[in-house]
Design a protein around this ligand. Structure first.
Ligand code: BGC
Length: 440
């Protein structure tokens, strides 16, 4: 465990933990089907052959989750609302209860409205899905808006586009490579329409959660620099530029559907804050002629780039390198690129997968990343909050239950889905009590 106390964070800095509906709720029999249910039924789609039908059973056990959050002393809980559940009779009742229980425990509810579990009948390749999303958001806001103050529209449109529609390793499992780009645009349009719907319903604190990975060229060779630049455009700027500048960067603008240009005013609707999900940087070079891999993800040889291992770093169970300074780089980089167009930032996800209850590796990871965040604050970046991914071990998408990101261990073999706080849970609780809030 790191010996030095962490530096204090500014008064009012929001401390939270994140989860998502499909990854924790279970109770699949009490909702409509999502694209993930369909995908999980395909043999070989999930590494351990599991499904999210029960997961952490948080639908039935959400009170235990609320107690765990309160026990940590967190200010906020980022969970997601399942669109397929809202589409089923009484589906919003669950979120109604969750919001009430969070508020009673003194924890601010921060719902994400789309975290990848699209109703099975819908398809992000269709532009109309954006309008359907806005109509669903109106229903959720009408029910919860009297108590929910902070909203997140969409989670990581890049991963949902590329993993789900370009490479086919996530639901819905399409392998369209560059033809997947309209899926990104339709999610961004959905986001903009949702911001408008939420504001019309009186919401005053609206953001989005976008993944950001600093992209490092593998060498200074011209080809490697160009490949890394394109990768950065595709993974980062193709999302942050339209959201914050109202335009697509060169290289992806051409890949967007007809008429995308005219939607950019909606896409770039003013945000109250911009959420950053950070895990690790990417080391990128020109194609090598063969496949390359990032953790468990294979990058096809026909891509105009290759990804490389970042050497000399500890690795998480997923094989991702631990690079805390990448978080400082992301936050200062956004400030430098977007300047006065950038709203306050919030780290909406950051965390790591490690096995075991005595998770000293996770403590070291969180300690180092909180220091890295603090360095961005010292450099003058306006960051207002930090959410750990994740409160609980959960259904880690195509990895099933093999990757454990939780501060709390979940026994997936027990019918009760027994929750046991890990060493990192006690560590974070003590840090919040003893140093992180010292200036309050
Ligand atoms: C997603 C989470 C996921 C986490 C770890 C993010 O890409 O938003 O749902 O569990 O990373 O892979």
């Amino acid at each position: 465990m790191a010996a030095d106390p962490l530096p204090p964070f500014p008064p009012g800095f929001l401390w939270g933990a994140s989860t998502s509906a499909h990854q924790i709720e279970g109770a699949a029999d009490l909702r409509e089907r999502s694209v993930w249910d369909v995908f999980e039924a395909r043999p070989g789609s999930i590494a351990d052959g599991s499904t999210a039908a029960v997961a952490c059973d948080s639908f039935h056990r959400h009170r235990e989750d609320v107690e765990l959050l309160a026990g940590l002393g967190l200010d906020a809980y980022r969970f997601s609302v399942s669109w397929p559940r809202v589409d089923s009779p009484g589906g919003l009742d669950h979120y109604d209860r969750l919001v009430d229980d969070l508020l009673a425990a003194g924890v601010r509810p921060v719902p994400t409205l789309f975290h990848w579990d699209l109703p099975a009948a819908l398809d992000w390749r269709e532009r109309d899905t954006a309008a359907r999303f806005a109509a669903y958001v109106e229903r959720v806001a009408a029910r919860l808006g009297d108590r929910v103050r902070t909203w997140i529209t969409v989670n990581e449109p890049a991963e949902h586009t590329f993993l789900g529609h370009a490479l086919g390793v996530h639901a819905p499992g399409h392998r369209m490579l560059f033809e997947a780009l309209p899926v990104a645009h339709h999610q961004l349009l959905a986001h903009g329409l949702a911001v408008r719907a939420l504001r019309a319903a009186g919401a005053a604190d609206v953001g989005i959660a976008v993944s950001h990975a600093p992209t490092w060229p593998v060498s200074e060779r011209k080809e490697d620099l160009a490949a890394a630049d394109f990768y950065d455009v595709l993974m980062n700027r193709a999302f942050s530029d339209p959201l914050l500048l109202g335009r697509y960067p060169e290289g992806v603008a051409e890949l967007m559907p007809d008429g995308a240009e005219a939607d950019l005013e909606i896409v770039s609707e003013r945000l109250d804050w911009y959420g950053v999900n950070y895990y690790a940087p990417s080391l990128v070079g020109a194609p090598t002629g063969g496949p390359s891999a990032y953790g468990t993800l294979d990058v096809p040889p026909e891509m105009p780039f290759s990804v490389h291992e970042i050497e000399g770093r500890p690795r998480t169970d997923f094989g991702w390198p631990v690079v805390p300074e990448g978080l400082t780089e992301v936050l200062t980089g956004l400030r430098d690129r977007y300047a006065d167009r950038l709203p306050p930032l919030m780290v909406t996800e950051n965390g790591c997968s490690y096995p075991g209850l005595d998770d000293q590796d996770r403590i070291a990871y969180l300690d180092a990343h909180l220091r890295a965040l603090h360095r961005a604050l010292e450099a003058g970046v306006d960051v207002r909050g930090y959410f750990v991914w994740s409160l609980l071990d959960n259904f880690e998408w195509a990895e099933g239950y093999r990757q454990r990101f939780g501060l709390v261990h979940v026994d997936f073999d027990s019918p009760e889905r027994t929750r046991t706080p890990k060493a990192s849970y006690a560590w974070l609780r003590d840090q919040l009590r003893d140093c992180l809030r010292a200036q309050r």
